[in-house]
Design a protein around this ligand. Sequence first.
Ligand code: C6P
Length: 412
Amino acid sequence: MDKLNVKKIKADFPILNQNINDEQIVYLDNAATSQMPIFVEEKIRNFTEMNRANVHRGVHTLGVRATALYEKSRQKVADFIGANSDKEVIFTSGCTDSLNLIAASFGEENISAGDEIVVSIMEHHSNLLPWQQLAKRKGAQLKFIEITKNGHLDLEDLETKISSKTKIVALTHVSNVLGTINPVKKVIKLAHEKGAVVVIDGAQAIGHFLVNVNDLDADFYAFSGHKMFAPTGIGVLYGKKQLLDKMPPYRLGGEMIANVTRKGASWAEIPQKFEAGTPNISGAIGLAVAIDYLNSLDLKLIQKHETELTAYALEKLSKISGLTLYGPKENRNRTGVLSFNLKDIHPHDLATALDLDGIEVRAGHHCAQPLMESLQTESTVRTSLSIYNSKDDIDKLVSSLQEVKEFFSEFR
Ligand code: C6P
């Protein structure tokens, strides 16, 4: 097979078999949260019914089974992202948690007054605020790489912003507003030449194309499970072993210690050092099943499918007069995240009207307010594509947009 079987895939997602407002659902909010295939739910139910126990604690059978499943999931993630070792995979509650961990642990130890932290203007607040606040605390400077008119990272600007003063570069792999795929491998190389450490926010990349942290030479790579067909409340922080080993723990409590006395404590090895308290065991198991599912579909085919669909959507949307598309207009170095506005219609009104036709999209600032300011808008409507979307979905979106446009024009 050299193509995804979308009909078959759709059948794996029971939630897609329903009507919303008497219309067959068209789910186009995958950048916020993707849906979960039935197999993930089944595996979690099996864990709950047969193997549920805490991990790394009990010597009893259920405890051993739960620990084995949890650690097998870690290995699965490590293989999926090309990490050298499963020890470099830390389970977190999500991408936001992963990014906060790096800022609070690595950042707190390594940033001093006068240092510079470089982010891009297209960062999600989760990859901006931890750095902004760290810079404030330390008297460091936060610098922004701007974007070009077409929504790509401005590489000339980037060269002026990353210097020998730069200690950390924090960059999103894919913009959650523009869909732009950033040339992270190139940026990492450049940042490394200047001696900086690079944090990549992979929330919108993982599950859409192959990511190999080793090939990228990323120092840290963060992502969430719920955007890649896994449950909410589970995420990953990948970090290079030599960096993680030196970092202080982020949270203190059970299971992250080597020894505790009245006077002090020593810390466990990675990854346990960063996993204080009872982790999201069923979430990690669900994440591993989601990875099996992605592998069974083949990420190359997933990328091909989404790229073709994006080309189709770009072409159709460009024909709607009064529609402003934000981000790359050509189908190169971009994913199927498409943000736009229709002239004289508030994005929230538009999203509500689309919902009446069963089309689920997001409207708002998408947790990227500095980017909104740079785009000179307060908010946009955003559609975001996934493996179960088809050209039919785009056709329905486009015809609904035309109808909404006509409806609103009657009041002018
Ligand atoms: N973006 C969106 O609708 P969490 O919420 O921790 O799972 O992921 C945070 C996050 C970090 N980086 C990027 C690039 C993201 O897109 C997100 C989540 C969602 O765009 C919810 S705001």
